[in-house]
Design a protein around this ligand. Sequence first.
Ligand code: F6P
Length: 549
Amino acid sequence: MSHSNLTDAPAFQALSTHFAEAKEWQMRSLFSRSPDRFSRFSTEAAGLLLDYSKNRLDEKTMSLLLQLARERSLEQKRAAMFSGEKINTTEDRAVLHTALRLPRTASLVVDGQDVVREVHEVLDHVRAFSERIRSGQWTGCNGQPITDIVNIGIGGSDLGPEMTCRALRPFVHPRLSLHFVSNVDGHDLDAVLAKVRPETTLFIIASKTFTTRETMLNAQSARSWFLRHHGESDLPRHFVAVSTNTEAGRAFGIDPENMFPFWDWVGGRYSVWSAIGLPLALAIGFEAFSEFLAGGHAMDVHFQTAPLEQNLPVILGMVGVWYRNFFGSGSISIAPYHQDLSQFPAYLQQLEMESNGKRVTSEGAPVTAATCPIVWGDVGTNGQHAYFQLLHQGTDLMPVDFIAALKPAHGLEGHHMVLLANCFAQSEAFMRGKTEEEVRSEMQAQQVPEDKIRSLLPHRVFPGNRPSNTILMDKLAPATLGALIALYEHKVFVQGAVWGINCFDQWGVELGKVLAKNIESELAGEVRTDTHDASTNGLIARARIALSE
Ligand code: F6P
């Protein structure tokens, strides 16, 4: 493993020299010089096509970036993760979300246990349970089938299930409505409880630790709401749990039969493949859930075996490193041109920023180059009418990932063509921009007077040369969604390997959990409230007045 500074790596230095020249390149010229640029800079795997030709790079750039990946021991680190080494060193844990999507026939022995066997035991439980709910064999306390599923969880115990259930909306069982409550803000749970009936609702309490304050409070409130309508003995038909902490689930009153376990080697933001994905399995059925796992596994195999030159996660990750560490781009925008992927940017925010938002290396030394950029975005075409202005003409360089499906899941005429046309037109416009001459001749053709042309010209010029990737799939389906998520998981891993950081801990988030606990007791009037800085003391005092009214 490499322990030295990233900036001392020979390939990093060669890239710095190369950058001095490459930063001047115009993508327009790169394209006009080589009409085969699309075939040279695009690659396909696991049902996904990655077009990275609209980037400020050439073959030399790519070869230096891949050399950097090798110098940072990407291949060794990748092998260490897949084999179950404890690469999450600060928590002394293996990182094995990839084992959650291994086929039943595989075997992976870690600490003397075959994790694949354990994974499939839980999957069998998920299958049996989801079949009972979907068939209506599992009934609520009034003998009627379940119609509403409320997942109570936060972070990785919410974002994955919610994003995937939305993404696969056309596959959802017609009797089932899925609801997701994450925020400790009571408005979240209140709004959902107003929509459902206790007799036909199943609550899933999803928490890796089963201690997260937000989830525990929401779970307790949901339980009290249920008990206002029905008795304790009806609870087991309406409350199940997913957790690594079986004991705490039992203490909450969950029937051990209805506890779905997972393991500490599954990070929260990587847990949708585990029983945390139960809402998805219930929604789309176990067979489709298995296709989702298979799609993730197909990307794992590709990531492990494809040469780096054709390896989608490696390319996506290293192109990101190029912009972050050499162009200094501080953010990346995710633009899914698919309404059902509306939660995908939020999902990636946790995946990327909780994983790679780190300022020290795995060895605890300060990093010598920037790490994770800000990840943000929204669906197209909506974003075009909101923040795309800044992407086209703002002062910062922000790469964009466009994501689209070639075929829609609806039968509405004309819509999909317009959607795809917009997606491709935007990436083309980012790349080409619009020159002064083009703007001038356009306005001249419209017979705009010369003085007006002169005054409008600077506003109507687009610098272009703004980079993007485009990821295309045939259809948004369980397998392609699985491959897409795994693609980004491994992209995060590639970047973490190059930056030399631990992608799998989240100490920054843990801090918030402790701090809020103290202030909570102060707001409740249980302890002194003048122990903070003047601002915090003042805010607490103001809130105490309002809370006691
Ligand atoms: O937000 C911090 C975090 O630890 C995430 O990593 C995790 O997904 C979330 O809290 C929820 O944790 P749990 O599943 O243990 O309730």
